[in-house]
Ligand binder design. Structure first.
Ligand code: HEM
Length: 185
């Protein structure tokens, strides 16, 4: 299980330099200069924060969507993808009180999350980490991570604007948008 666990540690060192850090919804995170991404459980020995999440099984995709995603999506670590975004997200009690099929209806049938996201593949690579199943208190429910080449940042901003205007985002009660650049790649 531990190789599915990732830690994002914000502080004075790391392979990713912070370009901007904005609390989009809810309280901010302490402002940091660098983020390091590690497999397994890492905590911050000094000032800053550490966030943890697990890459998990899909919850919402249906088979046809899964197949389309597999064809279009790129992996992390592409040499040209020197920009990244770490966007931790928490959803409210009303979201978690719904059943799985009710959540799917909001996520896709009403909000078109996958249909919108697909328009931005393959330039944007993504990885979703779940926090709720860790068995320890975490400030967020999801840690979303995206990598892309610098010329694709306007498209990434457009994608975020589309998602943030959707029904799904009415359930988001905390979101911090952290933009990064790779120090070396
Ligand atoms: C790059 C294009 C994107 C694609 C193709 C995409 C696709 C997906 C898919 C397929 C899932 C569901 C996985 C499952 O079945 O469990 C998902 C979940 C999620 N995505 Fe995206 N996404 C994209 C961009 C984004 C962006 C920009 C954000 C905002 C930060 C975001 C936030 C999330 C969150 C928070 C979840 C978890 C939802 C939940 O379980 O309640 N995604 N995404």
């Amino acid at each position: 299980m531990f190789n599915r666990l990732s830690s994002f540690v914000g502080g004075a060192v790391g392979a990713w330099k912070v370009r901007s850090q904005v609390a989009y919804i809810g309280p901010p995170l302490a402002v940091v200069d660098y983020v390091s991404v590690a497999n397994g459980l890492e905590t911050n020995p000094g000032e800053g924060w550490s966030l943890h999440g697990i890459a998990s099984n899909d919850r919402y995709v249906v088979r046809a969507e899964k197949q389309a995603l597999v064809v279009a999506q790129q992996g992390l670590g592409r040499p040209e993808a020197t920009f990244a975004a770490l966007i931790p997200i928490r959803k409210n009690a009303a979201w978690w009180a719904m059943t799985q099929d009710e959540r799917r209806a909001v996520f896709e049938e009403q909000s078109h999350h996958i249909r919108i996201g697909m328009k931005y593949l393959p330039p944007i690579a993504r990885r979703l980490h779940h926090c709720r199943d860790l068995g320890m208190p975490e400030a967020f429910d999801f840690l979303t991570w995206f990598e892309y080449a610098p010329p694709h940042e306007p498209a990434f901003d457009e994608l975020l604007a589309e998602l943030r205007a959707s029904e799904e985002w009415k359930y988001v009660d905390r979101e911090v948008d952290i933009r990064l650049v790779a120090i070396e790649r």
